[in-house]
Design a protein around this ligand. Structure first.
Ligand code: 5AD
Ligand code: SF4
Length: 467
């Protein structure tokens, strides 16, 4: 028998890429590849790239420069190191990658991962292989299922892609170009995947998609099911204790999703709902298709359905034409909503997007200052939110042994890490924890004997907001 070949995947960017990396491992397992965390011993390195990041292509090329040296070093030791580029930079750059970095054997776009074994074989025969078209067939039908031991090794919390692509065309964003048009997986396929995950110890699911609440997969009744209905169905799969979904667009929040938050206890009261800006003028220039008022109304609908719900968001500062007044409106919106956390980015142009043609650039020094002010405000809200947990009893899903001996770490409903001293038997269980303290972003507590009272949880709207 030939010894297993070693595969190292370096993933950048979003949860979708983390999930895709796992599916690439599953696809290559039948070819005799086993995953390694150590790039130096790998026979195949896959760069799973992200185009949302600033200077994404340039960063990919400099990483490929390092891999060229690694390949020469491997060759001196009699090893043949193969290199593939996957993800959204592969999609956007295509052949250009091999032209600029001849060290690359395979370029594969996100819709073609199921062809990886054939692409590697073709590269072995012809030197190179590229596939960045959007194939007609659904890649999910062809991607092999992960083996039971692979699922178990990945732990109690898993991602499942239910939707891919986006039709929204925000003017700053590359996703509609790199991931293509919005498509949803059929309900039965998702349910089958989830049953398999649950049978192998998964207790928490995060349904992912670039615009996950645009989900409209075909149901067993032959009609399109909205996300809320899918969540209802998945909550009935034995073993599944928690459900989440990410990332949502404010325009696509249907009543069925709000109802799911009201009626499905397994659906966690924590929603990532990017708004990007608090100024209607900028939202229009971004082609977000919603106003500040629309956003606040959506938040109110969620809060009405579930009083302990909390939110996170994404913000872009310094979008072309953003005035000091527009930025103040963003700060005002953050103050009004009160977030449990949020990501904020400086605007940077992505080639091929409409915003990249816009001329009114905000000065770099203004961008820096705005980003720092926004982050300070968000940090203060996040700290207040975390501090509000102290003295309360909250449910924690335990995930793994912590680095500190004897401690087990899990997550609260709001994804806050929580540590307790306990035996590893509790991994995979949801148990009440009395929160006693906070160390940076981690909660520290003790297993409680009583269940948490609903009112003990604090929504961010009830915390005092600083800054
Ligand atoms: N510049 C800055 N941030 C961006 N994002 C997407 N495109 C850009 C860009 N061109 C941010 C948005 C999005 C998050 C995933 O990345 O806030 O929600
Ligand atoms: Fe990009 Fe999200 Fe806008 Fe779609 S909705 S274009 S993924 S920012």
């Amino acid at each position: 028998m030939t010894p297993p070949r070693k595969l190292h995947i370096k993933s950048y960017g979003c949860q979708m890429n983390v999930y895709d990396a796992q599916r690439m491992v599953d696809t290559l397992a039948p070819e005799g590849f086993v995953e390694t965390a150590n790039a130096e011993e790998a026979d195949l390195v896959i760069l799973n790239t992200c185009h949302i990041r600033e200077k994404a292509s340039e960063k990919t090329y400099s990483e490929l420069g390092r891999l060229r040296v690694a390949r020469e070093e491997a060759a001196r030791n009699g090893r043949d190191l193969r290199i593939a580029v996957a993800g959204c930079v592969a999609q956007a750059e295509g052949e250009e990658i091999i032209r600029r970095a001849p060290v690359v054997d395979v370029v594969v776009g996100p819709q073609s991962y199921h062809h990886l074994p054939q692409l590697l074989a073709r590269a072995a025969r012809n030197g190179k292989a590229i596939e960045t078209e959007f194939p007609a067939e659904d890649k999910f039908t062809f991607l092999p299922q992960p083996k039971s031991d692979a699922i178990r090794a990945r732990g109690v919390s898993a991602f499942v892609t239910v939707q891919e692509g986006c039709d929204k065309f925000c003017t700053f964003c590359v996703v509609p170009y790199t991931r293509g048009a919005e498509v949803s997986r059929p309900v039965d396929k998702v349910v089958d995947d989830v049953k398999r995950l649950a049978d192998n110890g998964v207790r928490e699911l995060t349904l992912i998609g670039q615009n996950v609440n645009a989900y409209h997969g075909e149901g067993p009744d032959g009609r399109p099911w909205p996300l809320g209905k899918l969540l209802h169905r998945l909550a009935t799969v034995p073993g599944i204790k928690r459900l989440r979904y990410s990332t949502s667009h404010p325009r696509d929040v249907e009543d069925s999703l709000i109802e799911a938050h009201r009626d499905v206890p397994a659906l966690m009261p924590f929603v990532h709902l990017p708004v990007q800006s608090g100024s209607d003028r900028i939202l229009a220039a971004m082609n977000r298709k919603h106003t500040v008022r629309d956003y606040i109304e959506v938040i109110d609908r969620f809060r009405h359905a579930r009083q302990d719900i909390a939110f996170s968001s994404d913000f872009i500062v310094g979008f072309p034409g953003e005035s000091a007044q527009d930025f103040s409106a963003t700060l005002a919106l953050v103050m009004q909503i009160g977030y449990a956390g949020a990501y904020s980015f400086k605007y940077s142009p992505r080639p091929g997007t409409p915003a990249a043609e816009m001329r009114e650039m905000v000065q770099a020094s203004d961008m820096d200052e705005r980003l720092a002010r926004l982050q300070e405000l968000i940090d203060s809200q996040q700290s207040a939110f975390n501090r509000a947990a102290i003295g309360t009893t909250v449910d924690v899903l335990f995930e793994r042994a912590a680095r500190n001996r004897g401690q087990i770490v899990g997550r609260t409903a709001y994804l806050q890490p929580a540590h307790v001293m306990a035996s590893s038997d509790i991994i995979g269980e949801v148990l009440p924890v009395r929160i006693e303290g906070l160390e940076r972003y981690s909660l520290l507590g003790e297993l409680a004997t009583t269940a948490p009272a609903q009112s003990a949880r604090t929504a961010p709207s009830q915390t005092t907001i600083g800054a």
